[in-house]
Design a protein around this ligand. Structure first.
Ligand code: DX5
Ligand code: ZN
Length: 218
């Protein structure tokens, strides 16, 4: 499988969302990363269900919804109905991870599980064959534009655990991805890179996206 770049809309120009989506589409990115924050699980509030529903009408991109919200099980159906293709929840925010992953799949979506930089891999280990995606955060969630926390060792270790378990989940890394670290992250075993400011912070979104992909060497 080739490397997937999932541009994070959090760093886009919110006054011109439709144009931003078109730019990402034309840049050739198949995915769009949607960072939902509730001001409770993380110290920031971004956007939610109505915005996803609105942009679904003007985009065919694969909607990769990263829920940074407390007890996400309360809102899974709303996100599925709004047009999410993948719903990723945080292990730290979910009371019953196994049930939540099953519920997401029952809604017809792919199910992702995420952990913060300081959370050990033992938190995701029981779910490697149930989740469709495992997301390792390489910044403390809440804001775009932060510096990458070097979690290469953790990525390598997760890759090993996933291979051992026969997991087919996609290993995604999110936070502080740039052309400088994309290769190391991919070499460690990541298959999907989220990039916000490194794409939407650049005038030419297409060139920025292609630059990150080229930097991975894949
Ligand atoms: C952080 C979000 C990230 C963020 C990435 O809370 O989950 O997806 O938007 O942005 P950059 O690439 O700028 O670190
Ligand atoms: Zn994210």
């Amino acid at each position: 499988m080739s490397i997937i770049i999932s541009p994070s809309l959090l760093s886009a120009n919110f006054a011109r969302l439709e144009d931003e989506l078109k730019a990402i589409d034309q840049a050739g990115a198949p995915w769009l990363h949607l960072d939902v924050m509730d001001g409770l699980f993380v110290p920031n509030i971004s956007f939610g269900i109505p915005v996803i529903k609105a942009i679904r009408k003007v985009s065919d991109l694969f909607f990769d919804c990263h829920l940074m919200i407390a007890e996400p099980s309360r809102y899974l159906k709303d996100f599925a109905d709004a047009g999410a293709d993948l719903i990723t929840v945080h292990e730290e925010a979910s009371r019953d991870v196994r049930q939540t992953l099953a519920d997401i799949k029952a809604l017809g979506c792919k199910a992702g599980l995420s952990i913060n930089p300081e959370t050990p891999l033992s938190a995701v280990e029981p779910y490697l064959t149930e989740a469709d995606l495992i997301l390792l955060m390489s910044v403390h969630p809440g804001f775009g534009g932060q510096s990458f926390i070097d979690i290469t060792f953790k990525i390598k270790e997760l890759r090993r655990l996933m291979d051992e378990a026969g997991s087919k989940a996609i290993l995604q890394v999110d936070g502080g991805i740039t052309t400088d670290n994309a290769k190391a992250v991919v070499d460690a075993g990541a298959k999907c890179l989220v990039a916000g400011s490194a794409i939407f912070g650049k005038e030419d979104r297409k060139a920025a996206l292609e630059g990150i992909l080229a930097a991975t060497g894949k």
